[in-house]
Design a protein around this ligand. Structure first.
Ligand code: IPE
Ligand code: IPE
Ligand code: MG
Length: 253
């Protein structure tokens, strides 16, 4: 059973502050290049910005933050960059988990973890265990994640759980098997770095999410920039299929 309502089956409750923010943290390489630095320097600065973003979400009472750290397509990058990204991931887990635990952050990593080094897999498991009792902020890192992978793994697990059900499955049957079944669907999606695409991030879950694209590169995405994104979100009219008149006449419809 999904705990949260689905935007396609019910009209979700909305609030001024997004409950769940999902971010494609893009532009690290270009940030470094502009400064004549190696791409690695951009990724290192990118990790600092994750820390800032976590703090900003706690301060703003946002319950869920989901960050795209490594896509299932990022293996196509040069081997040394992939290896650097893995090292940074390991280092961040080693250094940050205790702080996250103390600050009430629950960390989860979603994606196909089987391709990672066993040591990294172990760190991920331990980080999730260490922070499992926290409920101030649900921080989710998408690593070796792809939206299509997510839908397919959910479908395969559903087929295993309900082998007789093929042909009659509904959205609600699939949803508990999706990687983000513990969270409400994102209210606000942010992509930094200027590209206006989803790049195989949360495909199912973004069905009714408000999209915000900014040219600001991820290492420059400060809390003030985040507030601009929230302000843009607050100016949207979320209709979920209804007319504008329905919203003003019958706010509860
Ligand atoms: C995003 O920054 C970080 C990851 C994909 C891991 P990029 O590395 O994609 O930076 P650009 O897009 O080349 O500037
Ligand atoms: C998307 O960024 C993935 C992450 C930020 C982890 P990319 O920079 O890899 O996206 P594309 O390939 O340009 O679409
Ligand atoms: Mg990029």
């Amino acid at each position: 059973m999904a705990i949260f309502s689905s935007s396609t089956r019910q009209v979700p409750e909305t609030a001024a502050m997004p409950r769940h923010v999902a971010v494609i943290m893009d532009g690290n390489g270009r940030w470094a290049k502009k400064r004549l630095l190696p791409r690695a320097a951009g990724h290192v600065k990118g990790v600092d910005m994750v820390r800032e973003m976590v703090r900003a979400c706690i301060e703003r009472d946002i319950g869920y933050l989901t960050l795209f750290a490594f896509s299932s397509e990022n293996w196509r990058r040069p081997a040394d960059e992939v290896s650097l990204l893995m090292q940074l991931f390991v280092k961040a887990l080693e250094q940050e988990v205790e702080k996250l635990r103390k600050n009430g952050v629950r960390l989860r990593v979603i994606g196909d973890l089987s391709r990672f080094d066993p040591r990294l897999q172990d760190l991920i498991r331990r980080a999730a265990e260490t922070t499992a009792a926290n409920d101030r902020l649900a921080l989710t890192i998408a690593a070796n994640y792809g939206g299509r992978w997510d839908i397919m793994q959910a479908l395969n697990r559903l087929a295993e759980a309900m082998p007789e059900g093929g042909g009659t499955w509904r959205e609600a049957d699939l949803e508990p098997f999706l990687a983000m079944s513990f969270a409400p669907e994102p209210d606000l999606f942010i992509r930094t770095g200027g590209e206006e695409r989803i790049s195989n991030f949360l495909l199912w879950q973004l069905a009714y999410t408000e999209l915000y694209f900014t040219a600001t590169l991820w290492p420059d995405f400060t809390a003030a920039e985040f507030d601009r994104a929230i302000l843009s979100f607050q100016q949207r009219e979320r209709r979920f299929g209804r007319t504008s008149e329905q919203l003003t006449e019958q706010p509860d419809a």
